[in-house]
Design a protein around this ligand. Structure first.
Ligand SMILES: NC(=O)C1=CN([C@@H]2O[C@H](COP(=O)(O)OP(=O)(O)OC[C@H]3O[C@@H](n4cnc5c(N)ncnc54)[C@H](OP(=O)(O)O)[C@@H]3O)[C@@H](O)[C@H]2O)C=CC1
Ligand SMILES: O=C(O)CCC(=O)C(=O)O
Length: 487
């Protein structure tokens, strides 16, 4: 059921901001502040910057759902298309209570910036259903996801060349598979139908590594940032991840995979993990695999005996660590709790987890901030690879495997002839889909960090402002030649 469809063409922003932080900060307001701050280091015309603060289209829906007990429930749902400078649009679908349009529009804008920063040629979108998924049965969740997808498709808000959603808070590969199936039912003649959604399980056309990509990308980004002497020396930190004491807020898809890669690959110590109802702490480092098994079974951190549990999350939030990683949701760190953090770096795994005032306070206290639009970009980068795979109907490995094997065999035979040795078939290896995807992910992230460091040094600005400057410049370069925005 369509409630409201807003087409916005005006490039004039009526936006202004106050200096005091309200208790009701919207993500849209925060992103406007961040765009304004960064735009001072660009030559982009003000009218263009104002235009970038607007979403091009916003869809508001009321979706009726017949519950398993036969009763009717109605849910508010949304999809915001931020910038159509590059199509398709891309961004998460969320199932979370109390969704607000101002936040959704803000995250859609953030997605535009995130993809520009990673040089992914898409515009940003975001949306979802205002619902606590744990209050629904699996069948109810499926019916709701399908009904939402149907409305998006009917309204021209979804499709491989329009808007390609992916997973976010409260949704996962299964949700994405339902949504794709709904698309294929409604539009069976669209050849690229599999590319209507990303984040699907591999069996439903997804790509290897998507589920863990935000975590792996975060690990690559953190490793690369820590190599910067100008970051670590003033903080009296070493460059290695090994042994770094880390506290993580949120233990969902992103929080878990960040913890896993930092502890397994980086040998960092995850000393604290918190959710909404408390936290666990162990000074020598938590066993993340054991914690994940416990959390999946019990849906709570409480009762995990290999660490001390605190009923108040702030008791863990306020422990001393090297790096604090918010990986839960927007605005989880505000002026109300930022003073509790005792860390040297805040590395943002969630989207916009810091309110503007909280960020300012932390910076004043000498804390370095590593920006979400780089740190968590691994998820959407991997979605981009999945999209490309689906459009081409072939995985990267399948196309080149035989050719690579043969050329490697020839090189080995040549070397063996020179060295007078035998070629063993076991010496021959070619890259798997997972290796291709993960290496490409590392390359893109490495480049985002490198360019952020360069811009940060050039203007003596924070990494966050630098990442925004790079993103804004890329969007401007792209958009200035478009007929909509020619300046
Ligand atoms: N999924 C993806 O591919 C990507 C997600 N992101 C962003 O990362 C963040 C996390 O997303 P994701 O992991 O997918 O979401 P999930 O729904 O998988 O997990 C969110 C987790 O955060 C917990 N949580 C919620 N609020 C708080 C709080 N105030 N304090 C502590 N913990 C809390 C939740 O606990 P509970 O279940 O008890 O509420 C849950 O464990 C979001 O900002 C999202 O937009 C960014 C890039 C990619
Ligand atoms: O893969 C996608 O399209 C969504 C990723 C996402 O939710 C995010 O980057 O915040």
């Amino acid at each position: 059921m369509l409630k409201r469809l807003v087409g916005r063409t005006s490039l004039i922003s009526k936006f202004s901001f106050s200096t005091n932080e309200s208790t009701d900060i919207s993500v849209r307001d925060s992103i406007h502040r961040l765009i304004d701050r960064a735009s001072m280091y660009t030559r982009i015309p003000g009218s263009f910057i104002d235009g970038l603060k607007k979403c091009s289209h916003v869809l508001e829906l009321s979706i009726p759902l017949k519950k398993d007990n036969g009763q009717l429930a109605v849910f508010e749902a949304y999809r915001a298309h931020h910038s159509i400078h590059a199509l398709p649009l891309k961004g998460g679908i969320r199932f979370a209570p109390n969704m607000r349009l101002a936040d959704i529009e803000g995250v859609a804008a953030l997605m535009t910036l995130k993809m520009a920063c990673a040089d992914i040629p898409y515009g940003g979108a975001h949306g979802g259903i205002s619902v606590d998924p744990s209050s629904l049965s699996v069948l109810e969740q499926e019916r709701l996801a399908r009904a939402y997808a149907k409305e998006l498709i009917k309204s021209g808000f979804m499709g491989p060349s329009i808007d390609v959603p992916g997973p976010d808070i409260g949704t996962d590969g299964r949700t994405m598979a339902w949504i794709m199936d709904e698309f294929l039912k409604i539009a069976p003649d669209v050849t690229e139908g599999l590319a209507a959604v990303t984040g699907k399980p591999e069996a439903a056309g997804g790509i290897a590594g998507r589920k863990e990509a935000a975590g792996l990308g975060f690990y690559f980004a953190l490793k690369n940032f820590l190599e910067d002497e100008e970051l670590v020396e003033p903080l009296e930190l070493t460059k290695e991840l090994k042994g770094k004491k880390i506290i993580i807020q949120g233990f969902g898809n992103v929080g878990y995979h960040v913890s896993k890669f930092l502890s397994e690959n980086g040998k960092a110590k995850i000393i604290g993990v918190l959710d909404q109802n408390g936290g666990v702490y162990k000074a020598t480092g938590l066993d993340i695999t054991a914690l994940k098994t416990y959390y999946d079974e019990n849906k709570t951190l409480k009762g995990f005996t290999e660490g001390k549990h605190f009923d108040n999350p702030e008791d863990v939030l306020s422990k001393t660590c090297d790096i604090f990683i918010p990986a839960a949701s927007e605005n989880t760190i505000t002026v109300n709790n930022s003073h509790l953090l005792k860390c040297k770096i805040v590395a943002e795994a969630a989207n916009l987890p810091l309110s503007i005032k909280a960020e300012e306070n932390l910076i004043k206290n000498g804390v370095a901030i590593l920006p979400d639009i780089i740190m968590n970009s691994g998820g959407v980068i991997s979605s981009y690879f999945e999209y490309v795979k689906n459009i081409g109907h072939i995985s990267p490995e399948k196309l080149t495997k035989r050719w690579e094997l043969k050329s490697n065999e020839k090189i080995l035979q040549f070397l063996a002839r020179i060295l007078g040795t035998e070629v063993q078939n076991s010496d021959l290896q070619v890259a798997s889909d997972l290796e291709i995807v993960n290496n490409a992910l590392e390359d893109i992230i490495q480049n985002s960090v490198k360019t952020a460091k360069k811009t940060s040094k050039l203007y003596s600005i924070s990494y966050k402002d630098a990442a925004y400057v790079n993103a804004l410049n890329r969007i401007y370069e792209n958009l200035r030649y478009s007929s909509h925005y020619a300046a």
